[in-house]
Design a protein around this ligand. Structure first.
Ligand code: ANZ
Length: 872
């Protein structure tokens, strides 16, 4: 049988670890700081009502393996966990059912904690934090106060995404195609006074310090693109208002361009629909058309206006600008492919060298003038030509600007110099990054520690001594239907009198976004019990930066950028001493559901290919299919092709695997081992319950190997030692490099080898059990005990390997007949001639040539070669 008593073993050790606080990391004062440290961090979960998903243990097992390895290697390890527990779902549940979000959240946290403990993760439970506890959010509020004091938190009138159905303002990333991501409700843009964080002030540092991090290039790139630094120039274009418009004399339109060198090719201008100058620019003839266009654009998101837009649209304003390089009049259009929120909200359009401008010019018959010529083969390039090259048709005697023959960079620099002399513009760096909209009109979040004196709109920070500002109790979670949070309904909380001064105040009623708590939790883990400050500086100095941070790629941009921003602010005010929080980052791949097999039939029920016009799909079972070449066919009818595909796990698809079920069936160690054996951590992988059985059998074999009755106290043989030391070397290297799947293979090979031994020496099993421990810790602890050890193995020294023992005592002996190689055979290095001859003669390839022949002589060079000399 393949079974081993995993249920008892796992319960026993989970209880042992918790009772003994095996993985508690003492506070700094009690720590031997001469040891190296490893801060190994998971992205903490949002405790949803659905419980843990098999995607969670993928990353959590990886970090757990590293944490366990490092403890055994003598590091001080910090491996904490907590809950990112504010947020919309608990509040929406409260609106539907009346259950307080705190109640839902606590219940979910209890379930998550129990699930994580049932997987044997070696967290220090004494450091558990929840973003929703007042002891925690006291410091979230405190950090907000520091931002506020430094002018990094401010209120601004900004267009927000107001979702009437949810009764809240949403962040841009929560809006998809003009609908709320959650619930698919319509979203409108509305100007509102909002709290903003000035992350743009840190754009350069957020960009530059990426260079110092050991992160995947793809994630660094995503951050770079999000920050979107671009260098160029601003240029003032004089405006001539159209008939009946209201622009005054001397008005000008400022544009931002990354290609000032193309100024001679600017044949029209475009202004964004929300640009303040637009109203005055519209001539009487164009007024109505412009107004209608602006109204339509107001309902589109930036994404719809740019990336998603297939056909460009726009309207002529009837006004003109003067191109300062050519002196010519160019028309000013309004078009929504120019965004009000970027650069100056207006552009000089260069249709010969910009793809969007080219499309637009073709659509509306606007002139296209080439002013850059590519090099060499590129010279015959198509228009639009967006590359670098040499300026052509780009000189004006009258304006004293001569660019012809200059390379793109030189030409751009010449234009900037010329602009500066004329007072028409200057060099300018722009960022895509916007300040961070930091307020939500919700109940279940951190209250802002901000008050306003009655009759004033001037925000004041609550004194630090009054923190935490506790979220008030209510049973009314319904959005008010206005862009205000449910907190606004709790009038005796909102308005209060200062007992000392008698002054009346009202409180800020919006709450912080869910991102707030996750911006700094890695710091709080260092000293969650500290009531004086977020963390003691000495403690921070010892533990930071995080040595390994593992989580999903969905947090590649916002969470990591926001946390880095807060960290830099904390650095500037002396709370932390390192510029970056997360030195090394690994993003885990997604785990897709089981492969689904599908056949296709036409109306008459005949099998057809997937691409057939009347193909309709039907799902079939794995048992009905057979692998053929690179694909699958029907077992019964191998001419019918079966398509196979894996999909993201989702409730609606019904392909979600519940980790609890796997634990019940096969045990936590099997789940852990399987998720690591599936493939490289970073890759996308496909779930297969069948394969869980495979690793489960390996664990059962390991159990039987160690508990078997051929285990002896004898010394291991050289061969046995060699198998063991190969396993130590490979398991060590692969585990350290986080190549867990190949690390597991090394363990499997050892077990396979040991199964062939007549007697299995305990002294070879002990190191093996230690190697197994990071992967299958429950089983390893149990076997450690079986082998006569008393304490937990959590801090037992990691086995070392001896290079000398890795070297094989055998070699491949080449066997020749009359000087020609006819075969090789693996033999002991010190094999005697007689034995070598006997073995050599029997080798298939050799025997053929010796058959019926007379061996005249045998040449044997020990450790090198065997050569039979035969007669005709
Ligand atoms: C003239 C030009 C000629 C441009 C050329 C490009 C190529 P990034 O890299 O994104 O910063 N632009 C400026 N402001 C804009 C806005 N608010 N909405 C849409 N587009 C805007 O790109 C900057 C370029 O995007 C600018 O350079 C401008 O077009 C356009 F051969 O100016 B360019």
């Amino acid at each position: 049988s393949s079974a081993y008593p995993f249920t008892e073993i796992e319960a026993k050790w989970q209880e042992y670890w918790l009772r003994n606080k095996t993985f508690r990391t003492p506070d700094l004062a009690e720590l031997d700081t001469s040891k190296p440290k490893a801060y190994i961090l998971d992205m903490f979960p949002y405790p949803s009502g659905a419980g843990l998903h098999v995607g969670h243990p993928a990353g959590y097992t990886a970090t757990d393996i590293l944490a366990r390895l490092r403890r055994m290697q003598g590091y001080n390890v910090l491996h904490p966990i907590g809950w990112d527990a504010f947020g919309l779902p608990a509040e929406q549940y409260a609106i539907q059912t009346g259950t307080h979000p705190r109640v839902t959240t606590e219940k979910n946290i209890d379930r998550f904690r129990q699930q994580l403990q049932s997987l044997g993760f070696s967290y220090d439970w004494d450091r558990e934090v929840s973003t929703t506890s007042p002891e925690y959010y006291k410091w979230t509020q405190w950090i907000f106060c520091q931002l506020f004091k430094r002018g990094l938190a401010y209120q601004a009138e900004v267009p927000v995404n107001w979702c009437p159905a949810l009764g809240t303002v949403l962040a841009n990333e929560e809006v998809i195609d003009g609908k709320s991501e959650r619930g698919d409700h319509p979203v409108v843009r509305l100007p509102m006074k909002q709290w903003m964080l000035r992350i743009t002030a840190y754009a350069d540092r957020l960009l530059e310090d990426l260079e110092t991090l050991d992160w995947p290039d793809s994630i660094k790139d995503m951050q770079r693109n999000w920050i979107g630094r671009s260098e160029g120039a601003t240029i003032q274009f004089a405006v001539h208002g159209g008939e009946g418009g209201s622009v005054g004399e001397g008005a000008s339109l400022e544009v931002f361009t990354t290609r000032p060198d193309t100024i001679f090719g600017a044949t029209y201008m475009v202004i964004a629909p929300e640009h303040p100058l637009l109203e005055g620019l519209a001539s009487s003839a164009q007024q109505a058309a412009v107004q209608q266009y602006v109204a339509e654009a107001a309902n589109k998101s930036d994404l719809e206006r740019t990336e998603l837009q297939k056909v460009k649209s726009g309207v002529d304003t009837g006004s003109f600008a003067i191109n300062p390089a050519t002196g010519e009049r160019v028309p000013i259009w309004v078009a929504d492919y120019v965004l009000g929120s970027y650069g100056s909200g207006a552009i000089m359009a260069v249709p010969a060298h910009d793809t969007r401008d080219h499309e637009f010019a073709q659509q509306y018959g606007l002139p296209i003038v080439q002013v850059v010529q590519g090099h060499g083969a590129e010279a015959e390039q198509q228009i639009p030509f967006t590359g670098k090259g040499v300026a052509v048709s780009s000189s004006s005697e009258a304006e004293e600007l001569r660019l012809d023959g200059l390379g793109t960079e030189e030409a751009a620099a010449a234009v900037v110099r010329w602009l500066q002399e004329k007072g028409l513009g200057s060099a300018q760096t722009n960022y895509k990054l916007r300040d961070w909209l930091f307020a939500r009109q919700r109940y279940w979040g951190e209250p802002f520690p901000i008050v306003f004196e009655d009759g004033s709109d001037e925000p004041q920070a609550v004194p630090e001594s009054e923190l935490p500002l506790v979220l008030p109790e209510t049973d009314n979670f319904k959005p008010s239907g206005s862009p205000e949070s449910p907190l606004a309904n709790i009038s005796d909380w909102v308005s209060f009198t200062d007992p000392e001064t008698g002054k009346r105040y009202r409180r800020e009623t919006s709450t912080m976004p869910q991102w707030a708590g996750s911006c700094w939790y890695y710091l709080r883990y260092l000293q969650p019990w500290n009531t004086e400050r977020p963390v003691d500086p000495e403690v921070e100095k010892y533990w930071l930066p995080v040595d390994l941070y593992v989580g999903g790629a969905e947090h590649a941009v916002l969470h990591l950028l926001y946390a880095r921003f807060w960290h830099k602010v904390l650095y500037d005010i002396g709370v932390v001493t390192r510029k970056e929080p997360f030195q090394s980052l690994v993003s885990q791949g997604m785990i897709l559901g089981e492969v689904e097999y599908t056949v296709y039939r036409d109306q008459d029920g005949n099998y057809v290919d997937e691409g057939h016009p009347s193909a309709s799909p039907s799902r079939i079972e794995e048992a009905e299919v057979e692998k053929k070449g690179s694909g699958y066919v029907l077992r019964e009818q191998p001419s019918v092709r079966v398509s196979s595909r894996a999909h993201k796990m989702s409730k609606s698809r019904g392909n979600v695997v519940n980790p609890d079920d796997v634990v019940t069936m096969y045990g936590a160690d099997s789940l852990r081992l399987y998720e690591m054996f599936m493939g490289p951590l970073r890759d996308t992988k496909v779930w297969s319950t069948n394969q869980v059985e495979g690793v489960h059998r390996f664990l059962a074999r390991s159990f039987r190997l160690v508990t078997g009755d051929n285990v002896t106290e004898d010394e291991p043989s050289k061969d046995q030692l060699r198998s063991l030391h190969i396993a130590i070397k490979r398991a060590t290297e692969e585990t350290e490099q986080m190549r867990f799947n190949t690390g597991i293979s090394a363990l499997m090979e050892f077990v396979n080898a040991a199964y062939k031994w007549d007697a299995v020496p305990k002294s070879a099993l002990r190191p093996f059990v230690l190697l197994l421990a990071p992967y299958a810790p429950h089983l390893a602890e149990e076997l450690w005990q079986v082998l006569g050890q008393e304490d937990t193995l959590a801090y037992a020294p990691w086995p070392a390997f001896d290079e000398k023992l890795l070297i094989s005592d055998t070699f491949n002996l080449p066997i020749q007949v009359n000087g020609k190689l006819r075969g090789t055979v693996e033999v002991a290095k010190d094999i005697a001639q007689e034995e070598a001859e006997a073995i050599g003669r029997e080798q298939e390839g050799v025997a053929k040539f010796l058959n019926g022949k007379d061996i005249k002589k045998t040449i044997f060079v020990p450790g090198r070669i065997l050569n039979f000399i035969v007669g005709k």
